[in-house]
Design a binder for this molecule. Sequence first.
Ligand code: SF4
Ligand code: SF4
Length: 727
Amino acid sequence: MTLRIVIGMTMTAIALALAGWRVWWLYSVATSGQPAPERLEAARRHPGRDAKAEVTEVFGQRKLLKWTVPGLAHFVVFWAFVILLTVYIEAYGALFSKSFKIPGIGAWPVLGFLQDFIALAALAGIIVFAAIRIVDSPQRQGRKSRFKGSHLSGAWLILFMIFLVILTMFWFRGASVNAGNFPFNGAAFMSHLAGAALHPLGRGVNDTLETTGLLMHIAVMLAFLVIVVRSKHLHIFIAPLNVLFARRPDGLGALQPMRSAGKVLDFEEADPDTDIFGRGKIEDFTWKGFLDMATCTECGRCQSQCPAWNTGKPLSPKMVMLDLRDHALAKAPYLLADSDEAREQLPEAVKAEAARPLVGNEASRGVIDPDVLWSCTTCGACVEECPVDIEHIDHIVDMRRHQVLIESSFPAEASTLLKNLENKGNPWGMGEMARAEWMEDLAFEVPVVDGKIGNDVEYLFWVGCAGALEDRAKKTTRAVAELLHTAGVTFAVLGPMEACTGDPARRMGNEFLFSMLAQQNVETLNEAGVRKIVASCPHCFNSLAREYPQFGGDYEVIHHTQLLARLVAEGRLVPATPVEEKITYHDPCYLGRHNKVYTPPREIMANVPGVRAQEMHRCRERGFCCGAGGARMWMEERIGKRINAERIEEALGTDPDTVSTACPFCLVMLGDAIAEKKGTGAAKESLEVVDVAQLLMRSVKQPAAPNGEPPPPDGGQPGSGSAAPGS
Ligand code: SF4
Ligand code: SF4
């Protein structure tokens, strides 16, 4: 056995032992978490769907490529990792035989070209990465840098290691050309170029360089392996796993029911002493939660899109994942110890880490600060952006669940919301008869379901709490009803029998209250024989369509913009009166990102004559939240800039005559922000925010007669309702 075989294989054995031990330890930490049988079951039942996700997300780098320059750089570096595996097969073969060729492939010129080309492309990729890290460094950009809070030195080390891989590859291959052992012809252009550069050194030196280059090439890869399994670059190996076990189609839309030890929690039987209520400590997370933490690449894409982070709040979805991961790893010896005695003997630092509360302020050394936890609007921008399918919202809501249900700890002002939902079935605490008031003065009668919904009724119109009770949102409700009536669509409402879908309770973490409301509504809907629902609130739409199946409520649910767009396309609604305005549309998060309804509201606007539709920079998948989601509508916004102010400033940048949207909560939040801007003179007095249904109504209705007849009742003038609960 030659010396180079001994050195090569000894290095390999040591590195594999070190990396293997680390991988086993990480596996033990992850599996010390709660089971998640539903993830295994989903992967087992949908192999085709998961294979497609692997192809598009991992091999196609779909999400990364949304950011063109860093996306392309990552794409080539990723493919370099794949293709250069063949170089390592050749390198190990060359340890044993200098003229080794991969069986079946041999000296195929295409492979030689690909290997050299992708290595050069990866070199360009890491230069791009380095430039991005310098230009967008936290030192230069401060809080605007997506790398703020990331572990920066580790990233530079990895870039240097990739450079060494490429350098040693051409060192070894160039020398191999001169030693007469290189299998590929001139197609491996860079290797031959390196050979030409080394040629003047002579045959003897090249023989030595071939061996040392080979051993260095292998050593760099092995060092890389050992570093990677101890760094954020672990994602190189586990991102495909995280994608495999991710929620499909994505971690948006429905929240998952609360599970304890892998089983959905039944509140009638659940015991807070023995069951797990949300996440109160790190070991309450499932192995999928641990996998999420370990997979985070620290790229900061989520942070760059987060409305809370962008308005000066302490929440960064990236840092939530990093703080959880750092805590999990620091507490790991405690989690893995097999007895109280063993735990007692752990270093003080580990015991101190184990004693930290998962959620707590600085004084209590909490891992996640309550201000971080309660800043989230559940807008989904982080989940949408994350290239490795991390499910931030699930983790944040799970921690909220523990705080609300076990610790009774949440922003004080939200207690009015919960009380009103519990006692009155709506956030405002208004009497149930108030739900029918929006129908007064309509020129036609809206049937209210009494018992079974009529066979001749096509849709149940789910009005929602805001749509029924909030003055500004009521105008949308009336516009939708009038448009459906005009188009000849038969519909009925539940009136006083409708209760809040429970969306704010669920997003706040009160799963108990949500399940109560959901069960009550499902019972009402099922008893009425409802099959098709049109909802005008995206939050109701999301709960009814995506979450009520968890409670036995399976309906065909459509948002009013989808139905109205269809009615316009079918010619059943004819927008004829011009609306000569520049209109900027704001995407509601729960309609857009959570449910992918981007086109119908825009189609409606495009069909209204005279409308000049405009887009904000942050629109569609990158839409910026209005600040109301995640029950934030009912909480004070004490830290940083108001999110609705940030959003309306962006809208004002397009100089609109009108801002349109398709959600009653956005309507209220943006309306409030516009009112504030008018107060400071930053917005023109005529600026208003309307639902696209109101806009369509203006165009479908005939204009007011010049003889002084009253204008259309829902002409879109802003109302004066208040969103404050308890009013
Ligand atoms: S859901 Fe929205 S607010 Fe919450 S962490 Fe993600 S991006 Fe930020
Ligand atoms: S959570 Fe996802 S998007 Fe955010 S930093 Fe980690 S990998 Fe990047």
